[in-house]
Write a protein that binds this ligand. Sequence first.
Ligand code: SAH
Length: 265
Amino acid sequence: MITGFNFKKKFGQNFISDKNLLSAIVADSGIDNNSQVLEIGAGAGTLTEQLAQVASKVVAIEIDKDLTPYLQLLCDRHKNITLIFDDFMRVSKETIEEHFDKKFDVVANLPYYITTPIIFRLIEEGFNINSLTIMVQKEVAERFVADCNCKEYGAVSVMLQSQADLKITRVVPRSMFYPQPNVDSAVINIKINPNKYNISNKENFSKVVKTAFNYRRKTLCNALQLGLNIDRESAEKMIASIGLPVNIRGEKLTIQQFIDLSNYL
Ligand code: SAH
């Protein structure tokens, strides 16, 4: 474990040092010696090092400059690591992608305070990625993979499952991290699959999904009127067009039904 370092809660610093767990995460990612990898939140570089031993190239982004001495040592040992000291949310897509000459994979033990924004940035900005293998809070992973009709099913489940294949590869108890967080974690593998469904307009799709779940206590018909600013008659017509009862609630729709609804727009 690294000594003399002041862990910063505000950056979600919960480090992993267990070699078996680190190599299991790398194995879950499916990367090989042809892979190019982006790591977000390098910490003291324990995962970075394992990634560098397998992949042809690793670009690691870390917000906390106090970690420089640890990460610099690592770069001296592994010439295939590039470090970027910055906030991932503020680095431009071009700055990141200029380090890669083909589709890359994201592998990371993500800072929990910003998990969902990071994932959505990668997917919605259309980064040139094959897959994400990320450690997230267990409850968050469960929401990502939730099926229609279960209470964890939400806009995030629909948005991710509509364009990727998701799998929780392992549950990781809180005791595996230092400092120990208050929650357990899970590793989730997200394989981008743009042809999984036929979504004619991504913006409409995302709008319909967000609308349906933003007004959870209302019927889909009421939600659509409010969210899309349309009258009752048009909302009812939309719902009937995909063969659903007009009093249905948004959270009852399958991914295909959300797509049908947004394609109707
Ligand atoms: N990969 C390391 C550290 C994981 S903890 C390990 O597994 O041990 C999460 C790391 O993300 C911390 O080092 C934290 O400083 C960094 N971090 C937090 N917010 C960030 C951001 N916005 N951009 C880049 N790195 C960030």
